[in-house]
Design a protein around this ligand. Structure first.
Ligand SMILES: Nc1ncnc2c1ncn2[C@@H]1O[C@H](COP(=O)(O)OP(=O)(O)O)[C@@H](O)[C@H]1O
Ligand SMILES: [Mg+2]
Length: 116
């Protein structure tokens, strides 16, 4: 199936955003959605001190980058993302990959691959 559409969500540190956008641009990714989000993973946030009291900061600020692709191979996109984000430390982020059943561009009713 050549017209398989895939969505990739990347949740990572805000400090990686510019490099990630540059890298995605270089492999021909045209559309994306970027949001500021809060999240936690296995570390459940971290501990912070405020006026001598330990506060449990459960949610850390992160950025979420959402891309939907068809022509560019998923493996290529994932390899690019991993090479940009990987330092080997916690905080490098997480990548979620989904199948997408359809895309519709409302202005001209283009659907599927043609709408990307
Ligand atoms: N199971 C999950 N469901 C939804 N979002 C998650 C999940 N696990 C992690 N995330 C999101 O991904 C971010 C990074 O995941 P995390 O496991 O903490 O990896 P790392 O600490 O290496 O960046 C989290 O801050 C959270 O926003
Ligand atoms: Mg974490």
């Amino acid at each position: 199936m050549n017209d398989k559409i895939t969505k990739i969500d990347i949740i990572t540190s805000e400090t990686k955003l510019d490099d990630l956008i540059d890298g995605l641009d270089k492999i021909g990714i045209t559309g994306m959605t970027v949001s500021n989000v809060q999240g936690c993973g296995m570390q459940k946030g971290h501990k912070e001190y405020y006026r001598g009291t330990e506060l449990d900061v459960k949610l850390l600020p992160k950025v979420k980058i959402e891309i939907v692709i068809c022509s560019i191979p998923v493996d290529t996109v994932l390899a690019t993302i991993k090479s940009i984000l990987h330092t080997g430390k916690i905080g490098d982020g997480k990548i979620f990959v989904y199948d997408v059943s359809n895309v519709i561009r409302v202005s001209d009713f283009a659907e599927g691959k043609a709408a990307l």
